[in-house]
Design a protein around this ligand. Structure first.
Ligand SMILES: [Zn+2]
Length: 87
């Protein structure tokens, strides 16, 4: 079963359990926790460390639009020693 991380929405009013990220083992089908099991305060699910990251992916960093915005020139190798300028 995957482990999810939760943390209190308002860490100031949180108990010592949900003030810091805590892990809950849940089935994928289970509803995400919205309340701390200890103090009943609202909690939010954190993005799993091994799951999808919110950081920009290499793919979007290397997108034509981003390269152009950063002043890079992108060349596509068309084979036979020929390069086509994309941005
Ligand atoms: Zn709590």
């Amino acid at each position: 079963m995957p482990t999810y991380e939760y943390q209190a929405v308002d860490v100031h009013g949180a108990c010592e359990r949900c003030r810091q990220p805590f892990e809950v083992r849940q089935s994928m089908r289970d509803e995400p926790l919205t309340w701390c099991p200890q103090c009943g305060g609202p909690v939010t699910r954190l993005i799993s460390r091994c799951g999808i990251s919110t950081a920009p992916s290499t793919r979007s960093l290397l997108s034509d639009k981003n390269l152009k915005a950063k002043g890079f020139t992108k060349l596509v190798n068309e084979g036979g020693g020929k390069f086509r300028k994309v941005t």
